[in-house]
Ligand binder design. Structure first.
Ligand SMILES: Cc1cc2nc3c(=O)[nH]c(=O)nc-3n(C[C@H](O)[C@H](O)[C@H](O)COP(=O)(O)OP(=O)(O)OC[C@H]3O[C@@H](n4cnc5c(N)ncnc54)[C@H](O)[C@@H]3O)c2cc1C
Length: 428
């Protein structure tokens, strides 16, 4: 077996304690990069490897704005080489499998790398193939999705060229990243069609495989009021399973209510699809996975429940909270504290409280800033006002300020979320 020369001798070995370990991070997305810089700074030159196959890093939260033509696609991306920490070693490949009993990961190219500590941050897997004909239909004749770098600009094009008819927006029954994104684009599309004077000849329907429009009642209640006021028809327990591009029909499985077990077929002129998602296959089939396929970590410490030298964060982890980049800001601080504590012997354990956030954009000048703990189901708001109300200030924050924080601080490992501001505002 060929072993990759990841364990190269650091150039400043003389100044670095020879007892310091080597660390591998799997994934250079939002989660991987939020920890990579700090760990590389602490462990020294090239002691940290980031395994990441992609040439491009995306700030995906911007894709709702891109799909509505409010930001350009270019603003959501950066070359991976630009954001990869200088002191980390980028291994441009993907992990094929794990051998945690031997402290080895195997790469797709057949090589293996060894580690002393491992951080898994490989994101969530999009299961496009689970909706019949979706892969062929995507990006054509009104079928689009903000969940793919390949189709997000098509959303903008199809909204602008829509001339009225049936517009359907779907959300699957599986866990997904940013559970608000499937409906945010509906509010933005509806606003554009209203302004274009075609709203009266447009029927808008939202289909979710779940039983609620949003997990937290405080925000769900406001969203339902908005849907009612704007004539957006919300349907529960309906999962998109098939698209017939020739007849322009969408087929749903009805999962609950009186029609449970039946199929519903509807014509569409515009169809925004959120695909089913799940744990990445290479994690699901590994010893790292829990019963649902996610990396099985302690929900407070982020340490693996069986392998003490493995941590995980972000969308691929088993952390029972809503999967967002905002959640990662809090998770990364906890992970770095606990992992560096293992290495340097500091036993002050940090605990993640399930913090997550979803900016529910409801128009091109307003949003509801949902912030809550996925562990308690209770709001965990930063600002000293009721965040369940639509506001311009939180819209501006999300559209203009958060992207700056992301590129200038989060990917560099220096942003650990709004907790300190929350304490400041709440104690004032
Ligand atoms: C349309 C949309 C809107 C969103 N809106 C918001 C929002 O408003 N607010 C918010 O906080 N979040 C939002 N999110 C969610 C947020 O983008 C994700 O939760 C976040 O990016 C997760 O980070 P991650 O590092 O876990 O996964 P990712 O950022 O997806 O990164 C995973 C990385 O792992 C790499 N990888 C995959 N497989 C392998 C492998 N086998 N080996 C090595 N590397 C691998 C990938 O190439 C990728 O770079 C949104 C997402 C979308 C799509």
């Amino acid at each position: 077996m060929l072993f990759l020369k990841f364990r190269i001798k650091p150039s400043h070995q003389a100044t670095r304690s020879s007892s310091l370990p080597y660390l591998s991070i799997i994934g250079g997305g939002s989660a991987g990069l939020s920890v990579a810089s700090t760990l590389a700074e602490n462990l020294g030159n090239k002691a940290v490897a980031v395994v990441e196959p992609s040439d491009v890093h995306y700030y995906q939260p911007l894709w709702t704005f891109v799909g509505a033509g409010l930001k350009t696609f270019d603003e959501s991306r950066m070359a991976m080489s630009e954001v990869m920490p200088e002191k980390a070693q980028w291994i441009k490949d993907s992990v094929a499998s794990f051998e945690p009993n031997k402290n080895i990961v195997k790469l797709s190219n057949g090589e293996s790398i060894s580690y002393d500590y491992l951080v898994v941050a490989a994101g969530i897997q999009m299961n496009w193939g689970k909706i019949k004909n979706l892969s062929q239909a995507l990006g054509k004749d009104g079928v689009t999705s903000n969940y793919s770098a390949d189709s997000v600009v098509k959303t903008d094009e199809f909204i602008k060229t829509f001339r009225g008819g049936n517009a359907l927006f779907t959300m699957p029954s599986t866990p997904i990243k940013c559970a608000g994104a499937p409906q945010k684009i509906m509010y933005l599309a509806e606003e554009q069609w209203r302004k274009a004077g075609i709203r009266s000849k447009t029927d808008i329907k939202y289909f979710t495989g779940l039983g609620k429009i949003f997990a937290i009642d405080k925000y769900a209640n406001e969203l339902l009021k908005i849907c009612k006021a704007r004539d957006l028809n919300v349907n529960y327990f309906t999962d998109l399973t098939e698209i017939n591009p020739e007849s322009k029909e969408a087929v749903f499985n009805v999962l609950g209510g009186e029609a449970k077990g039946t199929k519903l077929t509807l014509p569409y002129d515009f169809l925004h699809v959120t695909p089913p998602m799940g744990a990445p296959d290479f994690i699901k089939s590994s010893l790292l996975a829990n019963a649902d396929g996610w990396v099985d970590v302690d929900k407070e410490t982020l340490r693996h429940n069986k392998f003490a030298n493995i941590y995980a964060l972000g969308d691929c982890s088993s952390l029972p909270t809503s999967k967002t980049a905002a959640a990662i800001t809090a998770q990364s601080a906890v992970l770095k504290n606990n992992l560096l504590g293992d290495i340097f012997g500091d036993k002050q354990i940090a605990k993640y409280d399930g913090y997550t956030s979803c900016p529910l954009i409801t128009g091109s000048d307003k949003l509801i800033l949902a912030e809550f703990s996925g562990y308690t189901g209770q709001p965990q708001e930063t600002f000293p006002f009721d965040q369940s109300k639509e506001r311009f200030s939180t819209y501006l924050l999300t559209k203009e300020v958060l992207p700056e924080i992301y590129w200038k601080s989060m990917v560099k490992g220096t942003w650990d979320g709004p907790a300190k501001f929350r304490k400041l505002f709440r104690s004032a």
